[in-house]
Design a protein around this ligand. Sequence first.
Ligand code: G16
Length: 545
Amino acid sequence: MVNVVVRETRPYPDQRPGTSGLRKKVPVFQQENYLENFVQSIFDSLEGYQGKLLVVGGDGRYYNREAIQIILRMAAANGFGRVLVGRGGLLSTPAVSCVIRKHAAFGGIILSASHNPAGPEGDFGIKYNIGNGGPAPEKITEAIYARSQVIDRYRTLDCGDIDLDSPGERALGDMRVEVIDPVADYAELMEQLFDFDLIRTLIDAGAFEMRFDAMHAVTGPYAVEILENRLGVSPSSLMHARPKEDFGGGHPDPNLVYARELVDIMYSANAPDFGAASDGDGDRNMILGRRCFITPSDSLAVLAANAHLTPGYRRGLAGIARSMPTSQAADRVADRLGIELYETPTGWKFFGNLLDAGKVTLCGEESFGTGSDHVREKDGLWAVLFWLNLLAVRKESVQTIINAHWRSYGRNYYSRHDYEGVDADGAGQLMDSLRRHGGDLAGRRFGDHEVAFSDDFAYRDPVDGSLSEHQGLRIGFTDGSRIVFRLSGTGTSGATLRVYLERYEADPQKQGLDAQDALADLIRIADEVARIRHYTGREAPSVIT
Ligand code: G16
């Protein structure tokens, strides 16, 4: 007989979820009752879950296993009927979404700090996903936070750990825990969306070479099963495919800076035809061709323009959604397809309502996130398979495909400059000052650029009418160029200032520039308007993507 125990606790002031759940340093989570408080606050903010199914999994980072044991005991003590948990505690973020949907679960808990480094001094995170498989909307995350501020007790079981490593079902108090293969449901869904036979033909032909970098994170087992076992990619094409608790000491963020090893291979003399990487929890992707990088914004546009070539999207797209700072490349595709384009704040949670309402099929963000209505999270390997399917159909190189796209639609030169870990007060003052002066920039000239509008982006959800304000300061120019300033909602130390830069070029003769050169004027204007050096004390961004 396992006893339910009620333990007393005291609130922590810092449990407000950010862009994507609660992310903190591991030692913060290891404080007494810190995780327990947040988990109980999640359960206290939900209704009607008694006897229902919960999905639990994480990206395998340090503290994943301990956290899962705590959550399982608490789920049992709070009355869930059954839990599906990935073997070894592993489930990628899109796989959690897939499993929630396929098994009609009440919801799910994901343990991850995404692309942030891991280890005893690294980052950890937790977020709750609702029954549609997507991140809880702000109404729920705010309720969780409110609850965490007054919490005084939590429920758990008085028992030890359960085995997470062998598949099968076991009892935990009155609750059943089933340890599932983390890949199976997800791989089955991918086979429905993409033409695996055709991709296998491309790979078997022998002339096509690729690299996939799992960055020692959760997509390793997914890549082995899907790319290697089902599609015939050679094992040597998979880099860092063994998940590690500290991601091998790396920073599992698939971008030009942190996926350096892959980038160097893709820019070398004998570069493979296709390169891709995914992040800590498997929801982000980076796409590369031979000596060419596809920006996430361009990737969304290319996938949208070519979606009809894949089995899963042959019927066409209902609409496209992108986060506000994402480039307007996808807008041009939507326009030509005669479908709606929605511009949402940063955060995948804002796509959920649009997807559920059938208003959009594809969505994407500049932050290396792309996805569709197949799940309610962005999906790294899905994007890789989508590209492989296009390459197999079009039988052209990545470079040829992107050049043809630009010739047809024009090129949206795009870059994001990040100032990571800057002083939070200085970053706040920068944003306040922009807010005070930014509104009256219309009509002002900076060199050749004239400001058409400037505002603080606000979004009214067309489905539930909710309003989200202060989502980033935009300066739009008369030629369609844009500069956007935002503070990241996912960092764990100091503040991270993000500056997003975009310029449109219709002339094919002028589409071959390096993005930083093409955006040089806007980079100067951004510094002048926001006084970035003054407020951050930094001479240059820490990451340019
Ligand atoms: C999360 C969100 C994304 C967002 C990204 C960056 O991604 O799910 O929607 O674009 O953070 O957010 P921010 O600019 O506020 O740091 P992930 O992959 O970290 O879960």
